[in-house]
Design a protein around this ligand. Sequence first.
Ligand code: SF4
Ligand code: SF4
Length: 396
Amino acid sequence: MDTLKGAKMNANYAPQSITPPLWLLAELTYKCPLHCVFCYNPLNYAQNSHELTTAQWVDVMQQARKLGAAQLGFSGGEPLQRPDLEELVEEGSRLGYYTNLITSGVGLTEPRIARMKEAGLDHIQLSFQDSTKEMNDFLSSTKTFDLKMRVAKLIKQYDYPMVLNVVLHRHNLDHVGRIIQMADDMGVEYLELANTQYYGWGLVNRAQLLPDREQLVRAEAVVNDYREKFGHKMRIFFVVPDYFETRPKACMNGWASVFLGIAPDGSALPCHAAKTLPGIEFPNVTEHSLQHIWYDSDAFNKYRGDGWMKEPCRSCPEKDKDFGGCRCQALALTGDASNADPVCDKSPFHQTLQDIVAAAQSKPTVTSSDKPIVFRTDANSRALSGLAATGQFDPE
Ligand code: SF4
Ligand code: SF4
């Protein structure tokens, strides 16, 4: 039952200063035919097979729209695993959302894309793992490269803007030129070169995935070269991974500031990875209204404002810019989610991060022997489920 307990308990943040959520991300399912080594789903996803029904998702979309959300993303797992996706897209469109399908492409057949076009889907973001079939198929532990190529053509055929996402790491950073070329050949309008985030599966595989600085410098030069020569044709989004920076990212633009994520079982989250944070009970949409969850729940108020901050963030003049960085990264690298993100060079834990980066520096570009890659599989999820409860893992 809803109460105002959270709002009353949070003496550090005035409820009237909370702005509405703008972006609703519906993680429809954790089911996925791929096994990506950097998957952002929780390590223990295999233990969470319960999913909201169609009617419950419709209710979530209606409530979030009333709160003010304008963008609606369908993701997963692979959202195409849900046979009711078209129905949900239609409802999202009817409600006036800008709708976005975030997909690996597996399951995007011509009849389905035709139905989604008719249902009003605005935008499709397709992911590739690499520009080469071998690396794409290796990193996802599937044979999906050719299928993704066919899906890319379908997306163009149905007149969607082509938005391509490729997650970068030490195994494919040296292919950035070829990835850009592939995207150009496909007629991509927007290419997102997203560096791996080291949470969940990415953290487990960090020793295998973290690039060295020279690789990043080379990749950035290739991207800039392309932007200079052909930038008018395709927009490229490329940001150096924060492990190599001295200031953290403004994670989710601040905790529970604009983003509202709903996990397949109905847990409401202020960021994709928040479930790794121990000691927080994330409210479920089957028990509470979104109004209560967003404005009044303890979980969503926990890291709003700056009353929760410790030094050096508490007295830092930059705290309104980056909000102390990422809580999940602070937990993973310092053991305490309320510490400054150790990416920051004012953090007493910054040296830990520098040591990790230095260790990556001394490795050969592609490793095969020192530590096996852990693919996102149900068996590995069950084996690693104990770690999910702590959010911490020593991947070295
Ligand atoms: S990152 Fe890969 S394995 Fe994870 S949900 Fe996306 S496509 Fe599936
Ligand atoms: S001390 Fe905290 S608030 Fe200041 S720049 Fe570093 S992470 Fe950001």
